[in-house]
Design a binder for this molecule. Structure first.
Ligand SMILES: Cc1cc2nc3c(=O)[nH]c(=O)nc-3n(C[C@H](O)[C@H](O)[C@H](O)COP(=O)(O)OP(=O)(O)OC[C@H]3O[C@@H](n4cnc5c(N)ncnc54)[C@H](O)[C@@H]3O)c2cc1C
Length: 403
């Protein structure tokens, strides 16, 4: 009998495992279990195109016919409540049990909810799934003032859309710069300049301490005693990996489900991928929240399950964020940079930052520079590229690629 694959979580990564298994020629039963309703969909547009136009029809990752054609048993609206490892079964919330030979955990992450007084008031929103986005979009139709707690990618993408719609937006960010966990200071500054020019009131070094209001949100109190008036509050302060299923089943967890270089948990039958996985990258324990990681992890696991020999996972991370007219594209991870070289466009605005560690190029952040981003991805996936060499080529990444 063929091996049975069960996938928990029907988001970007889970869907890709199912699709890649069939592409790799896997003929056994594949069951894809997801707790959300409807077809598996992509999240990035929720804070971008969907927030602008509300068009749900472009979100589905695959049409309904795909599951029948590919012979994938897709079951939406199902919560996996437990993993019975001795029996080799997952336990569903309706008590049903499904046996597996390989289990893939692709449970994603959920939003952090800081314990602020007033956080449960009507008018306080978060943005993770389609249902959140639909609620937020509907409410944003009628408000004049919005406060966004958290100046990371999702908060800023929403701020750009809302400000363009004429809403007065205040972004409350505890750090001294925007997107500080993920980008270098010159990129933070470029986006700060953009948002302020677009009319967004960005407060840096500002800590939200409470949501104000009686029956509904009316604003946010800050630690310095100031108050920000708002009819809508978006919480966008980061996420927490969904790792409880794994922990309760006795698998190793630490800021995500701990996996090895082939994305296997401490139980060799069980893999974890995407936002919920803590995996080694270049020897460093890493957890990424990106489409790239979810998709590349999924492909790697599908190849492992089908028995294809392959080296440990080492795909180059890349990411994007659209904020107003600015498209930020990041190749590599700039964590741990010790030097940067900044390039500017014809107007003098920062459009690229090359980040280095020990003189080696580790990441390239590009704004509206798609060609340079693609060159950077190819370059960073190859042999080490050093500061001196790029300087000698006048920082031309395409020339470095050709050389
Ligand atoms: C608004 C927004 C904008 C984004 N923009 C970008 C972007 O521009 N670029 C980028 O690279 N990334 C972006 N991301 C991140 C990207 O969408 C995620 O990194 C990606 O979806 C991760 O895929 P995943 O499969 O790990 O998790 P998900 O796609 O989140 O899927 C996990 C699924 O598992 C389900 N699940 C969890 N537990 C269970 C259970 N016990 N039983 C059944 N189902 C369960 C969840 O409900 C969810 O449906 C964005 C995310 C959001 C929310």
């Amino acid at each position: 009998m063929s091996d049975r694959v069960v996938i928990v979580g029907a988001g970007q990564g889970g869907l890709q495992v199912a699709a890649s298994l069939r592409q790799e020629g896997f003929a056994g039963p594949v069951t894809l279990l997801g707790d959300e309703p409807g077809l598996p969909y992509q999240r990035p547009p929720l804070s971008k195109a969907y927030m602008k136009d509300g068009d749900e029809s472009r979100l589905a990752l695959k049409p309904a016919s795909f599951f029948e054609t590919a012979g994938i048993d897709y079951r939406p609206g199902i919560i996996v409540a437990g993993i019975d490892r001795p029996a080799g079964e997952v336990v569903l919330d309706n008590g049903e049990r499904l046996g597996f030979d390989h289990l893939v955990l692709a449970t994603g992450a959920r939003n952090l909810r800081p314990p602020l007084p007033g956080i449960d008031l009507p008018g306080v929103h978060e943005l993770r799934g389609l249902a959140d986005a639909a609620r937020l979009r509907a409410m944003a139709e009628g408000v004049r003032r919005a406060a966004v707690i958290g100046g990371g990618f999702i908060g800023l993408e929403f701020a750009a859309v809302a400000a363009a719609r004429g809403i007065h937006v205040t972004v409350i960010e505890a750090a001294d710069r925007l997107m500080s966990r993920a980008v270098t200071p010159p990129i933070s500054q470029r986006f700060l300049d953009f948002h302020r020019a677009a009319g967004v009131d960005v407060r840096l070094g500002a800590l939200g301490t409470a949501v104000l209001g009686g029956r509904a949100a009316e604003g946010v109190a800050l630690a310095d005693g100031q108050e920000v008036a708002a009819d809508l509050v978006l919480l966008a302060v980061g996420v927490r990996p969904n790792m409880e299923l794994a922990a309760e089943a006795g698998l190793a967890v630490a800021n995500g489900i701990v996996v090895d270089g082939h994305l296997r948990t401490s139980d060799p039958r069980i893999f974890a991928i995407g936002d919920c996985a803590n995996f080694p990258l270049g020897g460093i324990a890493t957890r990424l929240e990106s489409v790239q990681a979810a998709v590349d992890h999924a492909r790697h696991v599908a190849r492992t399950i089908t028995g294809a020999g392959q080296p440990p996972y080492d795909a180059l991370p890349w990411f994007w964020s659209d904020q107003g007219p600015l498209k930020l594209q990041i190749a590599g991870l700039s964590t741990g940079w010790d030097d940067t070289h900044v390039l500017t466009d014809a107007t003098g605005a920062v459009d690229t930052v090359l980040a280095f560690r020990d003189e080696r190029l580790i990441a390239v952040e590009a704004v509206n520079q798609a060609g340079r981003h693609m060159a950077a991805r190819k370059l960073l996936a190859g042999a080490p590229v050093m500061w001196d060499r790029l300087q000698g080529l006048d920082w031309d990444l395409r020339a470095a690629l050709a050389a």
